[in-house]
Design a protein around this ligand. Structure first.
Ligand SMILES: Cc1cc2nc3c(=O)[nH]c(=O)nc-3n(C[C@H](O)[C@H](O)[C@H](O)COP(=O)(O)OP(=O)(O)OC[C@H]3O[C@@H](n4cnc5c(N)ncnc54)[C@H](O)[C@@H]3O)c2cc1C
Length: 458
């Protein structure tokens, strides 16, 4: 008889495959049901974005399961944002205080495949591909499944079930039938489309590979992240409907004219622009908020299934990976008392998921609208200078989210206080050298307690 506790995960995406590894390392038996075919055997689109920005929270979780050293050679560090104006002028603005503070472009497919490899190499983990979850009996925890290869319907049971089935979660849909369960889904009016800048002659990058490139145009924007094959994946974020929208870009000539007017320096680098534009789908973006994230000890939600967010802070995956870290800590504390485990996890995590959802929406405005503004760039520079002088207390909001494992809700709260300090200090100056540092010191010490005081609180 097998005495190991048995867990079902629904979804072998980024969060599900990482969680399977973490649970197996604790000695659990894990069955993962994934609706898609095995991406290591069949070439399928990895899902939403081709590449992602991995930062400290994701890195910590990968280190926890021993995968980071394996992934590290595949990462492309990005030191800051390169802003491209319509005139072709470019301005670089550093993300962190020094060369160690970078975000990393990584291929979603590569990362997911390595996670699947490691998950399957753990004794006790089995991944069942092409098995779609169609619902769950919330009283018994029996998961309803359909074999996509032959249409067979069946159920599977375990000691507990975790839905890691992404933003359109079938498990969450079933939980909507619970008394007291609330869910909101706010669909952004902007959609996205991925495009490509190929490698240049001699297999070289055509833009700086150590930056995240942004073409901010107020109502819309394009970004580009480097890939290991020396290409860039560009993502156009644009309204679905309206005068300047995906709906209005309905012929190759309109696409070319729009790009020539808005992104003139990028167009010569995109020889397949029109073909790629019409070949690639237009995706939708949404913020999903729900609660509770569990039904007793029977079932819980993790990753996008519990908190899908818009991608403008590059945190969806990082947040999902941090969920795994926190859930693992809750299991260490409460063992297999799943009701207690999930209650603790929900209480620790929900305020932070709400905070990063808000921060991600705010960052969309910042990225598409404010990054070209001279005053905005001044406040960024002053923020980094304040960090140099008062490193224990003043850490810019972007850095707290991307380079420190400060709870997102704390980053949000301190970020607001710091914005007030920056507004005050930068009100009547145009150069970093003109900051009144003595006054700055008084404000920082009065308004911010040392950041380390929050260190291990999730
Ligand atoms: C354009 C874009 C850019 C992004 N950029 C970043 C970034 O730079 N950095 C970052 O941290 N995050 C980024 N994200 C967010 C990130 O993609 C998600 O947060 C992350 O994929 C969440 O992982 P997950 O495992 O929860 O969900 P998913 O990765 O969506 O995985 C869910 C899995 O469940 C499977 N599944 C779904 N339904 C069922 C079912 N009924 N039965 C069985 N299996 C099912 C799916 O096939 C999939 O494999 C971006 C997102 C988008 C859209």
């Amino acid at each position: 008889m097998n005495e190991q506790p048995h867990i079902i995960l629904v979804g072998a995406g980024l969060a599900g495959s990482l969680l399977a590894i973490s649970l197996a390392k604790k000695g659990f038996r894990v069955d993962v049901y994934e609706r898609r075919p095995d991406m290591r055997a069949v070439e399928i689109s990895a899902g939403r974005s081709i590449n992602l920005a991995l930062s400290v929270r994701g890195i910590h979780a990968l280190k926890d399961v021993g995968l980071f050293d394996d992934i590290a050679p595949k990462l492309l560090p990005m030191r800051g944002r390169m802003i491209h104006a319509v005139t072709g002028e470019r301005v670089f603005s550093q993300y962190g205080k020094d060369a160690t503070e970078v975000i990393n472009s990584v291929s979603r497919a590569d990362l997911n495949m390595r996670l699947l490899d490691l998950a399957e190499s753990q004794s006790g983990v089995r991944i069942h591909f092409q098995q779609r979850c169609t619902g769950i009996d919330l009283a018994s925890g029996a998961v309803r499944l359909r074999d996509e290869t032959d249409g067979r319907e069946y159920t599977a049971t375990a000691d507990t079930v975790i839905g890691t089935d992404g933003s359109a979660s079938a498990i969450r849909a079933e939980m909507q039938n619970l008394d007291g369960f609330t869910v909101t889904e706010d669909i952004l009016e902007h959609g996205y489309k991925e495009l490509v800048i190929p490698a240049g002659p001699g297999g070289k990058f055509l833009l700086e590979s150590d930056a995240l490139h942004i073409w901010p145009r107020h109502a819309f924007m394009m970004i580009a992240l480097p890939n290991i094959d020396k290409t860039f994946t560009c993502t156009l974020f644009l309204a679905h409907e309206g005068e300047q929208s995906f709906a209005s870009l309905d012929t190759p000539a309109r696409v070319r004219d729009f790009f020539a007017a808005q992104f003139p320096d990028a167009v010569p680098l995109m020889p397949t622009l029109e073909e790629t534009f019409f070949a690639n789908p237009t995706g939708s973006l949404a913020t999903v908020r729900c609660r509770p994230w569990h039904a007793g000890g029977t079932v819980a939600l993790l990753g996008d299934a519990s908190h899908a967010i818009v991608p403008f802070f590059g945190q969806g995956m990082n947040c999902a990976f941090e969920d795994c870290t926190v859930l693992s800590e809750c299991i260490n504390r409460h063992g297999t008392d799943w009701d207690k485990v999930y209650r603790a996890y929900d209480e620790l995590r929900k305020p932070n998921a709400d905070a990063i959802a808000d921060l991600a929406l705010e960052n969309f405005i910042e990225m598409r609208d404010r990054v070209t503004d001279a005053h905005f760039l001044l406040t960024k520079a002053v923020g980094l200078a304040l960090e140099q002088r008062f490193p224990d207390r003043f850490v810019p909001k972007y850095s707290m989210v991307s380079f420190h494992r400060v709870p997102y809700a704390v980053a949000q709260r301190r970020g607001r206080i710091q914005d007030d300090i920056l507004d005050h200090l930068c009100a009547n100056i145009s150069r970093v050298e003109d900051v009144d540092w003595q006054h700055a010191g008084v404000l920082v010490r009065e308004m911010l307690i040392p950041l380390a005081d929050y260190a291990a609180v999730y």
